[in-house]
Design a protein around this ligand. Structure first.
Ligand code: ZN
Length: 393
């Protein structure tokens, strides 16, 4: 689906976009900018659908006309997509259209609109192992392709629309698009959907109108959990707390709810305290064999517990959002980790989360983490090993 009603937050942005269309003030080059896990891409797609809908309502597209039906399947001939791609065969010049089938499937699957997941999906599809491990970019060939596609008349709709996801991946090729952005052909709307403005060419940025997309609030996420996933209130607020405004995390967290992170954590803490090498290596094997999302889920869970430890240490018990048994866990862990150790661990866990997302080797990563836990939970002073870990991680 590509409708505004599917967007959980950013109501003000939706209102402004609709108002722009209704008063005939559609800006021809817009930059949808928001942090990772934001609703930029669904927002751009809902907006494109609204622009093309043949029976627009005051708050949303109709969802029923032929334009809506095609847009909702991401096959409308006047909506073009550009996104980072990798080469399919060695020596081949690549364009986004080469991966369009996989891209539609990616949009269909919905939950994981994260560029690292997308690049992984493409890498997994490659038959030739030699070209795997590519990082993806939006190529020079793609930029020329965009210009030639948009020079044609619209096929069916009032507008022809380009949705470019992650213009951060353009590199210098982006310069090819400057004229297009400055003087787009008639009835053309260019929507760039980005996360990090520091990685976008200034010349591109200055030619677009900024549409700021905000992170979802806890209330937005709770609403999404209640409406879309029919969760109970308690579970919904727990997920909102863990998701930290990242829309991608909601479904991941729900599907990983069965993974008992609390048990996993208790096990590794006991193993670390008793310095049980065999047990630790079995535990590492087990977590390394789960999927990347579960591993990220575990790291997030441990981060949450550690933040609660910090609150607990400062006496802010009223802020603790924990189940009964987790209280005991936080108390025990707080007695072994002083603030300095806790903060070091939080810093390193954040880095681990980042590396898992970028496909770090899980066994090495978790083995390293258990070593650190063993050290931190021992009675040694932090100064003995702090330097080696801060430089290593
Ligand atoms: Zn419609």
């Amino acid at each position: 689906m590509s409708m505004f009603k599917e967007i959980y937050g950013n109501k003000n942005v939706i209102d402004e976009l609709i108002e722009g269309v209704r008063s005939n003030r559609v800006s021809h080059a817009q930059l949808f900018l928001g942090p990772q896990g934001n609703e930029g891409l669904p927002m751009a797609m809902a907006y494109a659908t609204y622009l093309l809908c043949e029976d627009k309502g005051e708050q949303d597209s109709c969802g029923k006309c032929s334009a809506c039906i095609k847009a909702n399947k991401w096959i409308h001939p006047d909506i073009h997509f550009s996104f980072p791609v990798i080469t399919r065969k060695s020596g081949e010049k690549t364009k986004s259209v080469v991966w369009i089938q996989e891209w539609r499937q990616f949009l269909q699957d919905g939950a994981q609109r994260n560029v690292f997941d997308w690049i992984q999906i493409m890498n997994d599809k490659l038959a030739e192992k030699t070209v795997r491990g590519k990082q993806g970019n939006i190529t020079t060939e793609e930029c020329h392709d965009i210009i030639s596609k948009l020079s044609l008349k619209a096929f069916e709709g009032e507008y022809k629309i380009l949705i470019m996801w992650m213009p951060e991946y353009l590199g210098a090729a982006g310069n090819i698009l400057l004229n297009l952005l400055e003087e787009p052909p008639e009835d053309t709307v260019l929507l760039l959907v980005a996360q990090n403005q520091d990685l976008i060419l200034n010349t591109l940025k200055s030619r677009t109108q900024l549409v700021k997309i905000n992170r979802l609030s806890d209330e937005n996420i709770i609403k999404a959990c209640l409406d879309k996933f029919q969760l109970g209130k308690e579970e919904a607020s727990k997920i909102a707390h863990l998701a930290e405004g990242d829309i991608n995390e909601i479904e991941n967290l729900i599907s990983n709810a069965d993974n008992d992170n609390e048990t996993l954590l208790k096990e590794i803490l006991n193993l670390a305290v008793s310095n049980n090498g065999i047990g630790i290596s079995k535990w590492v094997d087990r977590i390394a064999s789960t999927g990347r999302e579960s591993q990220k889920g575990f790291i997030k869970y441990l981060l949450q517990i550690l933040r609660e430890c910090v609150l607990f240490k400062y006496g802010n018990e009223s802020l603790l959002r924990l189940k009964g048994a987790e209280h005991v866990l936080v108390e025990k862990l707080s007695s072994r980790l002083d603030i300095e150790k806790t903060e070091l661990l939080i810093t390193i866990l954040n880095k681990k989360h980042y590396y898992i997302e970028r496909n770090a080797h899980p066994k090495i990563l978790f083995f390293d983490l258990t070593l650190l836990l063993t050290e931190l939970l021992s009675d040694r002073a932090i100064s003995d090993y702090k330097r080696s870990y801060t430089t290593m991680a």
